[in-house]
Design a protein around this ligand. Structure first.
Ligand code: ADP
Ligand code: MG
Length: 353
């Protein structure tokens, strides 16, 4: 125990949020040290990470390439809809991020806590554990993402009372109720931020005959997206390719139009949350009358999502502080208290050996 504590002082223990959109790394005592898109550029048909003049094309460098790659290169998001769609590339990405955080620091062999989507299979867990080990981790612990999100959001999950977290990410929305430090109910909805982007792309195509890429759609969503009337409605300029002439052009859309286009994915998220609530044990449901719902994840930043969810559920809904970093901060908090948390987490010592 003493030795482990001592090593903890010198090694660079880290918490990792392996998200479908973004990967974040938090280091004990330093906070969030890396925040990059979960994207890797590879040579088509291979698992070979593209090397550019500035180094390996992973994260920010790779995201800038999405939709702009020549035929021989593809920019891949190795995690899709909350599951690992591509093992080897996930591994390459994780390894790149761990090495990047490690940099030239002399002492290696960190202990690593990784938040993984709830409901991934044992094989997928093994793949994540292996990747982290190959990247130099000495001990690896896996924690369910909704639990990490709840810890990061500061919910009192240790108590014998229900706390509810809704984490709206890129690929999935995880809806979880926790009590006594564990998950009492959890649903993973396959509708989240990416579907909002897609809805905007479809709207632009149908209404303006304008084809736009996913990044443009995401920018529009972030700039003017909403779920309820805004105090001041706005407009934004959108650029893409005209479907009839085939030529590049611009169009102007209003925030009202974008709101209309987002109705479907937003409606599905709300339905999913209500459905989870309907299936809860009565005591847990009763606790939520007082405790309400906490929103986390980047998708929670969509203007007015908290208000429409509150209206639909009749519960108090609040946005976590800094929703995009909740999961990573939660993993870092587990690191602080590894002795207390470790028994509740999957690690490379037990069933995955
Ligand atoms: P993941 O956990 O799947 O990696 P994140 O929690 O990092 O996902 O959230 C990413 C999602 O949040 C993306 O779909 C992104 O477009 C969306 N997002 C980020 N900021 C905003 C914002 N201000 N408004 C609406 N959506 C946002
Ligand atoms: Mg997430």
């Amino acid at each position: 125990m003493f030795l482990r504590r001592l090593m903890g002082l010198f090694s660079l223990d880290m918490g990792i949020d392996l998200g479908t959109c973004n990967t974040l790394v938090a280091v004990r005592g330093e906070g969030i040290v890396l925040n990059e898109p979960s994207v890797v550029a590879v040579r088509k048909g291979t698992n070979e990470v593209l090397k550019t003049r500035d180094g390996e094309a992973v994260g920010l460098a790779a995201k800038a390439m999405v939709g702009r790659t020549p035929g021989s290169i593809t920019a891949i998001r190795p995690l899709k809809e909350g599951v690992i769609a591509d093992f080897e590339i996930t591994q390459a990405m994780l390894s790149y991020f761990i090495r990047k955080v490690h940099g030239n620091r002399a002492i290696a062999h960190p202990r690593v806590v990784i938040a993984v989507p709830f409901g991934i299979t044992a094989v997928e867990k093994r793949a994540v554990l292996n990747s982290a080990e190959r990247a130099g981790a000495q001990r690896v612990y896996l924690i369910d993402e909704p639990k990490a999100a709840a810890i990061g959001a500061g919910l009192p999950i240790h108590e014998p009372r229900a706390s509810m977290i809704v984490d709206v990410g890129g690929g999935t929305t995880e809806v979880a109720v926790l009590s006594l430090s564990d998950i009492a109910a959890c649903t993973s909805l396959r509708v989240a931020g990416d579907d909002m982007d897609e809805a905007i792309m479809n709207y632009m195509r149908r209404t303006y005959n304008l084809m736009i890429g996913p990044q443009t759609a995401e920018n529009i969503k972030i700039q003017v997206g909403s779920t309820a009337p805004l105090p001041e409605e706005t407009k934004t300029e959108v650029k893409g390719r005209d479907m009839i002439s085939g030529l590049p052009r611009r169009a102007v859309v209003t925030s009202e139009e974008i709101r209309e286009s987002l109705k479907e994915p937003v409606g599905q998220i709300i339905e999913g949350v209500l459905h989870t609530l309907e299936q809860l044990e009565p005591e847990l449901a009763a606790d939520l009358v007082d405790n309400g719902i906490c929103l986390a994840g980047g998708g929670a930043l969509l203007r007015g999502l908290d208000t429409v969810l509150a209206k639909a559920s009749g519960l108090d809904v609040r946005l976590a502080d800094d929703p995009l970093t909740c999961v990573a901060r939660g993993t870092a908090e587990c690191l602080e208290n590894l002795d207390a948390w470790a028994p509740a987490m999957d690690s490379d010592e037990d069933e995955y050996q």
